[in-house]
Design a binder for this molecule. Structure first.
Ligand SMILES: Nc1ncnc2c1ncn2[C@@H]1O[C@H](COP(=O)(O)OP(=O)(O)OP(=O)(O)O)[C@@H](O)[C@H]1O
Length: 734
């Protein structure tokens, strides 16, 4: 061993070290005369007793006296060829020294090994912890079981009704997995393309700089992640982002096992950027203003941490209130809470018109979580049926809409009714404006603002196109042409008003399109049925108003068509956000006429900011009334000519003749019986390509069922016609 140290020392020219090594040899030799030999003996190597470090110490360029040490070389060669295991032992040894690269590789390998060992130990520790937690959970569950069965008996009809939908939720998640949808965080929001005239952008940038400074800069690893994923945060003492849901099991979050189990069951692999920052913030007891693109998982970003923070069901009365602008969205949020609270008997309720104050009064104390529209809760507050003294979390989903004039007074009443000193207020939306934010900040305590991407931007997953159709009459023609080219359902078509929705429905139903219409004049039951049928693929094309623009999470919508141009930028962003959700791709086509020119520059800007192209002239269009789409007076309401083209009775005749013709053709080609046998499949578009006959791929479907696919399905044609006329007559009352 010492011989090699000496060689190395010679090589390095360190005489003094040589002397000391020689002294050492002398010492060793005197104590054990043959020790030097032993070091290189076959046995020593076989038993791997040799101190390998000696070989590692020979660096590149060590001039080894091969002649002198030929014996050792031969010995090594011999051992390599003779002994397999020795071969292995000796393979770690580099007799003739190693290149720097090899040394480096060795080092890295060692480090990796160490790292792996460390990870394995950590993993083991984690598993142990998980096991302990699970055991604890099990004990808790056993305790809860008694409560649970009692709670089930008391639970609201609504909850039972929604059981079916809950199942759908899980199925939908599985679909998602099948498609292998990429997690959202891998996507990056493209760099904002600046409009020279857009001074507000510059202001935003300045503001961003200030925010980053407030946030202590982006120099740490958290800062890197935030920068990479376009997460901007403002506020003080901002908790770190989480990069996996598993991190929530650890300190300081100590997430309950059952929640994580539910997250896994929902097939959420990784948190989305808004979840990465909002979940730790809310669990840490902070108030949050969250602004993130449509379909980026905001609902889970508040429901998961709130469930963790509520800890256990308590019969104190509502401890969490979620306010949403529409009943449909409230139902959806309710399902989300149910999904993540499975296994814990939290009592969750959605307030609807059918739940009267009398019904609510005796049971309100049993509930933990309330999801409601503003008017419903205000009614109960005013009639003193519910008390909100114990509310710990108050969430305004679609906050900018709720803080709008339409709801502001009601929102104010709700805030005033929440008297708990430790109340936390949270605001969530894909769009936010300065006025709302300022208003909210005045009632919030040291909130953290989380912004994903740039404010008020459209989802980058939606391919957006603007389509000029000349005059109002051109819209229907353009729509029919689009259908003829083949649009893959499900499709959402947005129009400006209930009346226009009905008119368009009446046009399309006679084109044999599997279409239905939803707006606020339809009954609650009709609305529920339509939403469910659209979700399950029984309706392929859904005509709707702003009622469906915000929050609705219909998985897999392929197209959003803005038949009527949206009135505001926020409306545009939310409408087209019904597609391209959870990392999927979607398409949006917006029809426009000359009347819509005032909104073109700002919408064109939004499209460009999300990474899609628009013609240059749109940026420079000057009209009498250019708007920025956010100020109260900026809403552009265009008076539009009726959608209807021909009188209803004429349309009916055409429809009946078409039907007859189609049936005749099918019988002629022997398709009728075959398609009848496939009746069940026809209710679902999944896996089918649209045909090119202008009916959205539903010709067979309609024929087989012998009825149009709308809510008149079970009625006779004459009855349908009467209903249609009645509806047309009824609908103008707003
Ligand atoms: N971490 C995740 N992994 C996979 N899917 C997720 C994750 N978080 C949420 N989702 C799914 O993404 C979809 C959109 O979520 P959500 O409805 O909460 O979006 P949103 O941001 O509230 O959209 P909007 O602004 O339109 O209301 C849902 O189907 C939800 O199940």
């Amino acid at each position: 061993m010492y011989v090699y140290e000496i060689i190395k020392s010679i090589n390095d020219g360190w005489i003094s070290i040589i002397l000391s090594q020689l002294r050492a040899i002398k010492k060793v030799s005197s104590s054990s005369p043959s020790s030097s030999d032993k070091l290189f003996s076959k046995e020593a190597i076989i038993n791997n007793k040799m101190d390998k470090s000696i070989f590692f110490s020979l660096g590149t360029g060590a001039r080894f006296n091969k002649q002198k040490y030929a014996r050792d070389v031969e010995l090594f060669k011999g051992i390599k060829s003779q002994e397999r295991d020795v071969h292995q032992a000796s393979s770690n040894l580099h007799f003739f020294g190693k290149s720097d690269v090899k040394v480096e590789q060795e080092k890295k390998q060692k480090e990796q090994q160490k790292e792996q060992q460390k990870k394995a130990a950590a993993e083991e520790e984690k598993n142990k912890k998980r096991q302990r937690e699970e055991e604890k959970e099990k004990e808790e569950e056993d305790e809860d079981e008694e409560d649970n069965s009692q709670d089930e008996e008391n639970s609201q009809d609504e909850e039972v009704d929604d059981e079916e939908e809950d199942k759908d939720d899980y199925n939908e998640s599985e679909d998602e997995d099948e498609e292998d949808v990429d997690i959202f965080q891998k996507k990056y929001v493209p760099t904002k393309i600046k409009n020279e005239d857009d001074s507000s952008d510059d202001e935003d940038d300045d503001e961003d700089k200030v925010k980053k400074e407030e946030n202590g800069g982006d120099n740490n690893s958290n800062g890197d992640i935030r920068t990479k994923l376009n997460i901007s945060v403002t506020g003080t003492d901002i908790p770190n982002v989480i990069q996996s849901f598993d991190e929530l099991l650890e300190e300081p979050y100590n997430m309950r096992q059952y929640i994580l189990k539910n997250i896994r069951a929902a097939k959420y692999k990784d948190p989305s950027p808004i979840q990465m920052q909002s979940i730790p913030a809310i669990i840490s007891g902070r108030e949050v203003i969250a602004c993130a693109p449509t379909g980026s998982g905001k609902t889970a970003a508040f429901s998961i941490p709130i469930l963790q923070s509520l800890h256990e069901p308590k019969k104190l009365g509502f401890r969490c209130v979620i306010v949403s602008p529409t009943r449909e969205l409230a139902q959806q949020i309710y399902r989300n809470f149910r999904l993540f609270s499975k296994g814990k008997p939290f009592k969750i309720c959605v307030l609807s018109k059918t739940v009267s104050g009398d019904q609510m009064a005796p049971i309100s104390k049993n509930f933990d979580i309330l999801i409601t529209t503003p008017q419903r809760i205000v009614n109960l507050i005013q009639s003193r049926v519910v008390k909100l003294n114990h509310v710990e979390h108050l969430v305004f989903d679609e906050a900018d809409k709720l803080f709008d004039d339409q709801f502001l007074e009601q929102v104010d009443s709700v805030i005033n009714a929440c008297k708990n000193a430790s109340l936390k207020i949270h605001l969530f939306s894909a769009t936010m404006n300065v006025v709302v934010e300022e208003m909210a900040r005045s009632i919030m305590k040291n909130p953290i603002k989380v912004l994903i991407g740039s404010q008020n931007s459209a989802s980058i997953n939606v391919d957006q196109k603007l389509l000029f159709v000349g005059k109002e009459d051109g819209k229907l023609l353009a729509l029919r042409q689009l259908f003829q080219k083949g649009l893959e359902p499900p499709i959402l078509i947005f129009v400006q008003s209930k009346e226009r929705a009905t008119e368009l429905f009446q046009e399309l139903i006679f084109d044999n399109i599997n279409v239905d219409v939803i707006h606020s004049d339809r009954t609650q039951q009709q609305r529920d049925t339509i939403v469910q049928r659209f979700r399950s693929g029984k309706i392929w094309v859904l005509i709707c108003t702003e009622l469906m623009a915000r929050g609705m999470d219909f998985k897999g919508v392929n197209y959003v068509i803005n038949f009527d141009f949206p009135n505001t930028i926020a409306s545009y962003v939310h409408r087209i956000g019904r597609t391209g959700r959870a990392g999927r791709q979607g398409k949006a086509i917006t029809l426009y006429t000359k009347d819509d020119f005032p909104m073109i520059p700002s919408i064109s800007n939004v499209i460009r900011n999300s990474g899609y192209d628009t013609p240059d002239w749109m940026q420079h269009l000057t009209t009498d009334k250019i708007t920025d789409g956010y100020a109260e007076d900026s809403e552009v309401k265009v008076r539009r000519k009726s959608v209807s083209t021909i009188p209803a009775n004429e349309r009916w005749k055409i429809h009946v003749n078409n039907k007859k013709e189609q049936t005749r053709k099918q019988i002629q080609y022997g398709q009728y019986n075959n398609s009848k046998n496939n009746n069940n499949q026809n209710n679902n578009y999944k896996g089918k390509k649209p045909n090119n006959n202008g009916n959205g791929g539903n010709q067979q479907n309609n024929n087989n069922n012998k009825k149009p696919n709308n809510n008149h399905n079970n009625k006779k044609p004459q009855q349908q016609q009467q209903d249609l006329k009645k509806r047309k007559f009824d609908s103008p009352k707003k």
